[in-house]
Every structure is written in structure tokens, then in C-alpha cells.
Design a protein around this ligand. Structure first.
Ligand code: HEM
Length: 433
């Protein structure tokens, strides 16, 4: 995978380059060929070789320096799953599972069925592939694998157990998340020895991926819980429009993007300070955050904007300017701070967190409704960072957040995301060398 340094990293207050600007920079010949031949995704690939950008055929490369599904332009659909190992599988069983998963993921992300496909020669056998994604193509499917801390150290740390022989390779940074104010976590939807994030343009493609990986895991790991997401709540490339969350606000404006090479290397990718198998990797935090949308919908527009610290329609900071204008936290209106001292964006901003940044890649969800006529709606928040400490810092800063009246964190997980997978290797292979 090539260098990602495009020299176009935005500075605070400087809007991102427009698509037209990028095309101009590429030169008419190249841009024309890209548009004529392969569509807009190819323009992205041509301008930023980030390794996992995707192509017009809807195939995002599976192999590379980093796992796909992190800086890949966020797709619209998610199926996220957590797995727990079954007893007595042991080190060789875990290695075989990771090998089988890697092989299947390489096929799935290329839009191909797993194993011998959906129609075995012997009709007396069940098909290897369950079949529901036949004809749908690759749909920019990415499959991102993560390892939970419980794979290294059993939940009861005092036992000294080490079923996979990797306890001594636990990275120093891989500490469990602490409890946070207002946590109401459901243990049955939290944690897991392994996680798989499947993102795609089509929900059936993402579900097919998790279903088939779950099937392949049979006898070795079982699906502990899973979550569907239906609309991205972040942009991870400057080529994407900013989407909206279920509070109706633009979400992902001030995110770390695929083109922000310096920020990625400083805050998102694990570097040479970590063991080899984690280099080029990251840490994934998932938080299922229920949103009391019925209460939110009764708050006035002015109050909603005060809580977030940005305008609802344009997404500009309340200190003034359009969406990508940097917020000015010292600005005043009528003698009071233009951006409330307890507004979400002020508390979450790097300025309030020792400069740390995370790459947010969450999804909206609705899990039906309850008998009181309320939707089980919220944000399946996902973020990637070089160290879990980044999430801890920002989440602690959010303790006085005005948003807390309208949200509840109801599930949580943290996984180490190993570095990218090279051709012929399986995910986290270097962990077992
Ligand atoms: C349901 C819960 C949440 C909602 C509705 C929400 C919504 C938003 C919105 C609308 C923005 C402004 C647009 C943008 O820059 O993306 C924002 C910014 C941000 N949020 Fe959240 N958010 C939620 C939870 C969280 C959590 C749990 C964290 C991390 C612990 C977080 C971290 C951030 C960060 C870092 C920013 C960018 C701040 C900046 O640099 O200006 N958010 N969020």
C-alpha cells in the first residue's frame, strides 16, 4: 500500500477541498479517464492511495498495511458482531479459526461466495455459502477483525490461565475501560473475545458476511451478540457528504479523515512502540448509546443547537461560520459564551482533551419499539484510536455534557485491531510467531 500523504490535510478553519478542486489538481486527463472509466470511487483511489478506498466494482481491497473498514469511506450499512471462544479450543483451534475467517473474508469482500459456494456438487450436503448475497456483488464490503482482552487474560485474572499462550503478549495499553458516569451497561451485549465489523452498501451483504463467519466458527466460537446499523454517522473521507444522526444533526464534521495522514499516524494507527502484530492496527471502542428521541423532539431548535454547539441545518459552529469553520470557544454572544461551556462539541474537542483525536465511524440503529410507543433508537458509536486512553479521556470530559439528558450508554466493548493482513497471511498471524 502506498503512502497516504496527500499534503492536503485541512487546518482548523480551512474548508476541505471540493471535488471540483480535487479534479482540477488531478489534471483533466486523469480525472476524465477516472470519471469516464470507473466512476467517482475511482477518483478517490486515484487521488488518495489509502489502501482500502474501494473501486467502481464495489471491491475494497482486503489486504494492505491496515485492515479495511477504518479509513475506508464509511459505507451506509453495518452488521457488528462479538464472539466468545468455546471451552477447550486451545491455541491451535484459535489459529485455525483466524485462518478460516481470513480466507472467507478475502472471498466475501471480493463479492465471492465462501468455500465451495452455494451449490455443492453433492446435493445431499448443505452448501458452504448460505446464498443470500448471490448476485449482489461486493457492495464495498469490509470485514475488520478485533481481539478482546479476554482472549489474552481470562475475566478472572487471578487464575493465571492462558488458554491460547498469548498472555505475555498483551500490549501495555490494552487496559479494560473503566466505568463512566451514567453507564447503564447490559453485559449480554457488551465485550467479547473477538469482534467482527462488517460494513457494506447493502444490509444483506453485511448480514451475509456475519452469518457465514458465524457458521464457520461453529464448534470454536459462538456469536455472543450482534448489532445492525442502517445509516453511517460519520464521514471518513473528504469526498463524502456529512451524514446526520437520529437527533437530526450533521455528525462527523470534525472527524479524522483518510486524507489526514499526520493525524492518522499520530492518533489512530498504532506505531513501533507496540508489538509487531499491532503495528498499523488500532483500538476499536463500541458504545451502544440509546437516544431518548421522543424527549429530544420536544426540545426547541435553539435548545437542541445549544446542546450540540452547532447549528442544525448547516452544521456550523455557534461561534459563527459554515460547517467546516473551526469553532471559536472564546467567542461571546450577549455576554455569554457563543458555544455553551457544557455543549457537546466544546467538551469533545481536542482543545479540551490535551489535543487527542479519534476516528469516529458509528451508525444509527433502531431496535424496534417498546409498549409505550417509544422507539429503541440510538447511535451505535464506534471509534478507532492509537490507544484506548484516548476514548477514556474524551468520555470522561463528556461528564457534564448537556447531551447526557437525552442519551444512555447501554452497551460497550473494546478490541485490539491488529495491523493489516498481507496476501497469504491470516489476521494477527504475528501474534502467534
Ligand atoms: C448519542 C450520542 C452522541 C451524539 C448524538 C453525538 C453527536 C455529535 C455531533 C452532532 C457532533 C458535531 C459534528 C461533528 O463534528 O461530528 C459531534 C462531535 C463530536 N463528538 Fe459526538 N455524539 C455522541 C456521542 C459521542 C461520544 C460518546 C464521543 C466520544 C467519547 C463523541 C465524540 C465526539 C467528538 C470527538 C466530536 C468532534 C468534536 C470537535 O472536535 O469539534 N461523541 N458529536
Amino acid at each position: 500500500m502506498g503512502s497516504e500523504d496527500t499534503g492536503t490535510e485541512p487546518t482548523p478553519g480551512h474548508p476541505r477541498p471540493t471535488r471540483r478542486g480535487l479534479l482540477g489538481a488531478l489534471g483533466a486527463g486523469l480525472a476524465g479517464a477516472a470519471i469516464g472509466g470507473a466512476g467517482s470511487a475511482a477518483v478517490v483511489s486515484a487521488s488518495f492511495d489509502t489502501g482500502n478506498q474501494g473501486s467502481a466494482r464495489g471491491v475494497v481491497p482486503f489486504h494492505g498495511t491496515h485492515q479495511a473498514g477504518i479509513i475506508t469511506p464509511a459505507q451506509d450499512r453495518l452488521h457488528f458482531a462479538a464472539f466468545n471462544m468455546l471451552p477447550n479450543v486451545g491455541r491451535e483451534g484459535l489459529i485455525k479459526l483466524l485462518r478460516d475467517w481470513t480466507e472467507a473474508a478475502a472471498l466475501l469482500t471480493a463479492g465471492k461466495p465462501v468455500g465451495a459456494g452455494a451449490a455443492p456438487e453433492n446435493a445431499l450436503l448443505p452448501p458452504d455459502d448460505t446464498g443470500e448475497a448471490l448476485g449482489l456483488g461486493a457492495g464495498h464490503l469490509t470485514i475488520t477483525f478485533g481481539l478482546g482482552r479476554t482472549l489474552f487474560v481470562p475475566a478472572d485474572e487471578t487464575t493465571g490461565e492462558d488458554p491460547y499462550g498469548i498472555r505475555h503478549r498483551l500490549p501495555a495499553a490494552f487496559e479494560p475501560l473503566p466505568s463512566f458516569a451514567f453507564d447503564l451497561l447490559d453485559a449480554t451485549q457488551s465485550g467479547g473475545d473477538l469482534c467482527v465489523q462488517a460494513c457494506a452498501d447493502d444490509p444483506q451483504i453485511a448480514v451475509h458476511a456475519i452469518r457465514n463467519l458465524s457458521r464457520i466458527a461453529a464448534g470454536r466460537a459462538h456469536l455472543a451478540w450482534s448489532q445492525l446499523g442502517f445509516g453511517r454517522t460519520a464521514s471518513t473521507s473528504r469526498e463524502q457528504d456529512t451524514p446526520r444522526n437520529l437527533f437530526g444533526f450533521k455528525d462527523g464534521t470534525a472527524n479524522v479523515m483518510a486524507q489526514d495522514t499526520r493525524a492518522l499516524n499520530r492518533d489512530i494507527w498504532v506505531g513501533s512502540e507496540a508489538p509487531g502484530w499491532m503495528q498499523g492496527g488500532s483500538y476499536l471502542v463500541a458504545r451502544k448509546i440509546q437516544m431518548t428521541i421522543e424527549t429530544w423532539d420536544r426540545a426547541s431548535l435553539g435548545e437542541q443547537e445549544r446542546i450540540i454547539g452547532r447549528t442544525k441545518i448547516e452544521g456550523g459552529p455557534l461561534s459563527g461560520g459554515t460547517e467546516f469553520e473551526a469553532p471559536d470557544f472564546s467567542a461571546e454572544r450577549g455576554g455569554a459564551p457563543a458555544i455553551d461551556v457544557e455543549a457537546h462539541v466544546r467538551l469533545a474537542h481536542p482543545e479540551n482533551n490535551g489535543g487527542v483525536q479519534m476516528l469516529r465511524r458509528g451508525y444509527n440503529y433502531v431496535d424496534g419499539s417498546n409498549g409505550l410507543g417509544q422507539l429503541g433508537a440510538g447511535l451505535f458509536f464506534i471509534c478507532f484510536q492509537k490507544t484506548p486512553e484516548t476514548f477514556v479521556t474524551v468520555q470522561r470530559s463528556l461528564k457534564p455534557d448537556l447531551l447526557n439528558e437525552y442519551i444512555r450508554h447501554i452497551a460497550s466493548g473494546l478490541w485490539a485491531i491488529p495491523g493489516g493482513i498481507r496476501q497469504g497471511e491470516f489476521v494477527a498471524q504475528a501474534l502467534f510467531d
